[in-house]
Ligand binder design. Sequence first.
Ligand code: ZN
Ligand code: FE
Ligand code: FE
Length: 302
Amino acid sequence: MIIGSHVSFGNEQLLGSVKESCSYGANTFMFYTGAPQNTIRKNIDKNLTNKALELMKDNNIDINNVICHAPYIVNLANNKDLSKYDFSINFLKNELLRCDDLGVKYLVLHPGSSVGIERKKALDNIIYALNKIISKESKTIILLETMAGKGTELGTTLEEIKYLIDGVEDKSRIGVCLDTCHLNDAGFDMSDFNKYLDDFNNIIGLKYIKCIHINDSKNIINSHKDRHANIGYGTIGFDNLLKIVNHELLKDVPKILETPFIGNNDNDKERLYPPYKYEIEMLKKGKFNPNLFNDIRKEYQK
Ligand code: ZN
Ligand code: FE
Ligand code: FE
């Protein structure tokens, strides 16, 4: 099982991400090259990258399974403010180059939100931008994430994802990142994942799936909310998520947890602890831990 979580990048850049992943017992990970909610980025430090690659080798982490996530404020769907739209295109061009510098193959991207413009027009804006961003200068593959349909988010149906891929000229540079919470919230039944994969294969083709975000959901199917829950503590449930992480057709696809940190106690959210070591353990063992929250608090309060 290729499994890891979202980790931070921070001062030690990729080296920090690798160290954090190792502490969770993960064999892959996903990171943002800076804060997810802004576009301020530092240059990639070659020395730190080399150290990170060495540490990955020692810990059996294959760089080909490592994922970078673009900041979620860039929006390629709306070009009402042309300077913002151009900024997003340029930012992502550079983000692809940063991935090359790090040796990372995949960049996950939220397709965008239409906010006030016609959906079809918004999809065409995304396609136009993607074809500008994907250049011969970089090798990085962009993975469009399946979205929950919160607000005016695009990429919530198989047909929309297909439309976007169809519009991208270089198909070797585009793929899909599934997100189980988003799929549930978009109206897909995760207890019948085989049906979803069947439909995905018929409409898009399974070969496009290069990453899958494993999250439970705080909301019911088709709620269009996008609030992630800890594994087994949401409406999708442990058994359904376990089947997905062990799915034969997705066995070579990296699985990334983006579940919420756990508060010190239920009322006091001042200190938050990462759940990933325990959630990875549950999924590897195939056994639900009903004491997850307490076990996590105990470990980190030691
Ligand atoms: Zn995402
Ligand atoms: Fe996600
Ligand atoms: Fe999400």
